[in-house]
Design a protein around this ligand. Structure first.
Ligand code: SF4
Ligand code: SF4
Length: 217
């Protein structure tokens, strides 16, 4: 399990208790958990294991600015996985979820965080509001070129795609049990991130608008 950033606590943030689906509680995404008091978990000592082990990336990645705390920046970043997804760029992904509206992605805190994840480059980066999401990295046209090369490595049509697709295949856990995959690499400034359980997602084509919910498990 990746350690949490020292001296960084949730405080009164309860974003994940509203934004994420929690299957063990039967709580849908986008509604505040019935156990939440508005400022904390009302069943903290007895909360489900899914809640106890889940943390957003602000709690895990020290390089993210303090101001990015989800209730203050209005964006919550998390690592999500869907190891059997048809779309390679959904198998493991960083998602920034706006809490109240997509304007939050124009604030400096979110711009800085997205820029950092894109520069780091290990995993696809998405932004989402509600159940509608957009692929930021790789850039959608590039992603369209890469999807087939990642899924069918021997059918890659050009050398550039073949090499890039091979690197993505490693990072996205193809050919290895997802929990053993290096997501992202140990040299990554993100470190080795914990993966969340597979999300319930909708199947869709290769456009940039996607539909999926995040989940704690
Ligand atoms: S979204 Fe992050 S900071 Fe907020 S309560 Fe959840 S884990 Fe804590
Ligand atoms: S049970 Fe889980 S989702 Fe509900 S308030 Fe507690 S930590 Fe949040």
């Amino acid at each position: 399990m990746q350690s949490l950033v020292r001296d960084r606590t949730c405080g009164t943030c309860t974003a994940c208790c509203r934004v994420l689906e929690i299957k063990t509680l039967g709580k849908p995404a986008g509604t505040l958990c019935e156990h939440n008091t508005g400022a904390a978990c009302g069943i903290y000592k007895n909360r489900p294991a899914a809640c106890a082990k889940w943390h957003c990336l602000w709690r895990k990645v020290e390089a993210l600015p303090d101001e990015l705390r989800p209730d203050r920046s209005e964006v919550m970043f998390s690592l999500e996985t869907a190891p059997t997804s048809e779309d390679p760029f959904l198998r493991a992904r960083i998602v920034g979820r706006a809490l109240h509206g997509p304007d939050a992605f124009e604030r400096w805190e979110a711009i800085e965080a997205i820029g950092m994840f894109v520069r780091e480059g290990s995993l696809p980066v998405w932004t989402a509001f509600g159940s509608v999401a957009s692929l930021i990295y790789p850039e959608p046209t590039r992603a369209d070129h890469l999807r087939d090369a990642i899924r069918h490595p021997h059918a890659a049509r050009n050398r550039g795609h073949e090499e890039e697709a091979a690197a993505w295949r490693l990072r996205l856990g193809y050919g290895a049990a997802p929990q053993e995959a290096n997501l992202p690499g140990t040299k990554s400034p993100l470190g080795r991130l914990d993966s969340s359980p597979e999300t319930g997602e909708t199947h869709f084509a290769t456009g940039t608008a996607k539909l999926f919910n995040g989940t704690k498990g």
